[in-house]
Ligand binder design. Structure first.
Ligand SMILES: [Zn+2]
Length: 269
């Protein structure tokens, strides 16, 4: 069996709306409480927190390492975990939680295969090397063109089967234009996968005042969020021409995917 045939199922529930999220959250409140207890029981006072688990990418037992130095300290000396950039696998890529989840999702849900034409959007991310290694051909576009030229000449219409944007769309001022640009760059059946700081209790995205014609560059330079993304992001993806758009709410202690409301967004043509 080829390595690409081996997959661990991505541990998520897919949600089409805030209403579905609210229903689901009520239905699994006991489980959420248990997860919270589990996470609260971890000894986060040490400089490096090591947790046994299974890496869904390496397909083996590993020790996930979390450097706790940059975490906010509580009164009792323990740290408030920031799991997204923690829980690194001990392999060469040392991918932290969110990066592993993105690659895992891309393989098991978004059909990333050795022949996939892949568009990586946004600044360099820990997940990029592994994603590119799994794809057939990869083009990287760091930002939308400030002149309104969308993704630029690198992204010809229908050129890609998968586009991935890691934690950058909240700094991309023309959000709807960005979604439309991704849709144009994707081939039939293609999909957009992204993570973004997400306000899971907000129905609507709040956007700061336009920074002007150089907004793209300014927002990137300042590394400040332009959008506080809420659930209407799914409607905006549909309005941009994606037939299916869902938030995938994932968690797994075994796979080292900790944190209460971790979401990966996936929109398919
Ligand atoms: Zn690994």
């Amino acid at each position: 069996m080829a390595a690409t045939d081996l997959h661990v199922r991505f541990p998520a529930v897919s949600l089409l709306s805030q209403a579905e999220f609210a229903l689901r959250r009520r239905a699994v409140q006991d489980r959420l409480d248990a997860r919270h207890l589990h996470e609260s029981s971890l000894p986060t006072g040490a400089a490096t927190l090591l947790l046994h688990g299974t890496c869904a990418l390496c397909l083996r037992r590993t020790e996930f390492a979390s450097e706790t130095g940059s975490w906010e300290r509580m009164a009792d000396g323990r740290r408030v975990p920031r799991w997204d950039g923690a829980l690194a696998c001990d392999c060469r890529d040392a991918l932290p939680k969110q990066a592993r989840a993105i690659v895992h999702f891309a393989e098991s849900e978004a059909m990333l295969r050795p022949w996939t034409r892949l568009l990586l959007f946004g600044p360099p991310d820990a997940s990029h090397r592994r994603l590119a290694a799994l794809a057939g051909h990869t083009v990287t576009v760091p930002a939308l063109r400030a002149d309104g030229g969308g993704l630029g000449p690198e992204a010809a219409p229908a050129a890609f089967q998968l586009a991935v944007a890691v934690d950058c769309l909240h700094r991309t001022p023309p959000l709807d234009a960005a979604f439309a640009a991704f849709r144009r760059a994707l081939a039939p059946g293609g999909s957009l996968l992204f993570t973004v700081p997400f306000r899971h209790d907000a129905a609507r995205t709040v956007t700061r005042p336009d920074l002007g014609s150089h907004g793209v560059r300014l927002a990137t330079m300042l590394r400040e969020p332009v959008h506080e993304i809420g659930w209407d992001v799914l409607d905006r993806l549909r309005a941009a021409g994606f037939a299916h758009a869902a938030a995938h709410w994932y968690w797994s202690a075994e796979l080292g995917y900790l944190g209460a409301f971790s979401m990966i967004f996936h929109a398919a043509l």
